[in-house]
Ligand binder design. Structure first.
Ligand code: NAD
Ligand code: L34
Length: 302
């Protein structure tokens, strides 16, 4: 049976370390790092995720607030609200929880957040800097995946990896760090050989690439996409996908992209859903918020 990579336990470890570092930093006279989460409209999953973020922030010593708006808010009103937070010296990190209502252009909104407060790493400046191996604020989910590989000591150097899913916020930054050179500026590279698969990758090719991979990272939202015959014995399988389904008893539960029951018999290591990448996403958002706070204070001194 595969080793279960417990993201929940690891997230607790990461947050405890962060709590100590933040307390240490504040003992030098700095105020607590501060985060604002913007929620537009009603979406039960988003509400849960943002609640988890606020709870974790308060646990590690980050001051945090959710700012809620009605789904009828206009794009310009949202951008005006973001700009006010950009100009607010009491705020270090800003995130706008996605998805946004259909009428609002997510790209325009992500680019309205000041890059130095963009703790989601979705601003074009941060995306560009990551792609150029420069220091940047990196999307928390991708950082969570990389942190899991590092802390669970999964070797990536010279290994073969498949990323299933090519979204700009999840698949792309994961693939970017996995294939990059560790010796470059930001130190985030993992030196793997990476194949990116997506919805138009023919099924037989998806199977072929996955079967030859030492590491499979899947982020599609398609339950049971990754079956045991697609996994090389001993491979590491990281499941980013989260789908809410209703089971036989009418209860809702969360499932990933991986057919966990059968794949866990073949893989060498596997992440569960829930309790895998999700909690690590939240932990790495805290890391990004502390990083943003530190950079902002440094710039204030100059
Ligand atoms: P998205 O819809 O933007 O992207 C999905 C990607 O999957 C696309 O690139 C698409 O081409 C690919 N895809 C779809 N069907 C496929 C198929 N049959 N075969 C191969 N590829 C296929 O979604 P996203 O924002 O990238 O999120 C992906 C999943 O990860 C969702 O389930 C989401 O809920 C979850 N997610 C989890 C976390 C976390 O912290 N665990 C964070 C973000 C997203
Ligand atoms: N702007 N929008 C922005 N930034 C993000 O980083 C996100 N994402 C995704 C959705 N939209 C976003 C998140 O935060 C998904 N996501 C996220 C956050 C937390 C968890 C999962 C995804 C999480 O805590 N998952 C728990 C279970 C949560 C539950 O019970 O529903 C887990 O164990 O997987």
């Amino acid at each position: 049976m595969a080793r279960v990579l417990d993201g929940k336990a690891l997230a607790t470890e990461v947050k405890n370390e962060l709590k100590g570092r933040i307390a240490q930093w504040m003992s030098n006279g700095y105020r607590a790092p501060s985060l604002r989460c913007i929620l537009v409209g009603e979406n039960p999953a988003s509400e849960t995720y943002v609640k988890n973020k606020i709870t974790s922030a308060l646990e590690v010593g980050i001051s945090a607030e959710t700012i809620k708006y009605n789904a009828s808010m206009s794009e310009d009103e949202l951008i005006t609200a973001i700009k006010a937070l950009n100009d607010d010296n009491d705020v270090d990190g800003i995130l706008v929880q996605l998805p946004l209502p259909d009428m609002i252009d997510e790209r325009r909104v992500c680019n309205a957040v000041a890059p130095e407060k963009d703790v989601d790493g979705f601003h074009i400046i941060n995306v560009g800097q990551l792609c150029l191996d420069m220091p940047a604020l990196v999307p928390a989910t991708a950082l969570g995946v990389v942190e899991m590989l590092k802390r669970f000591k999964i070797e990536t150097f010279g290994k073969s990896a498949v990323v299933v899913g090519r979204s700009k916020n999840v698949g792309l930054p994961i693939a970017m760090m996995l294939h990059s050179d560790k010796d470059h500026d930001n130190g985030l590279g993992m030196d793997a050989t990476v194949t990116i698969c997506h919805r138009y990758t023919p099924t037989d090719e998806l199977e072929f690439y996955c079967r030859h991979a030492d590491i499979i990272i899947t982020a599609t939202g398609v339950p049971k996409l990754i079956k045991s015959h697609m996994v090389k014995p001993g491979a590491t399988v990281i499941d980013v996908g989260i789908t809410r389904i209703t089971d036989e008893n009418g209860k809702t539960k969360l499932v990933g992209d991986v057919d966990y029951e059968e794949v866990s018999k073949i893989a060498g290591a596997i992440t569960p859903v829930p309790g895998g990448v999700g909690p690590m996403t939240v932990a790495m958002l805290m890391h990004n918020t502390f990083l943003a706070a530190q950079h902002l204070r440094k710039n204030e001194l100059q």
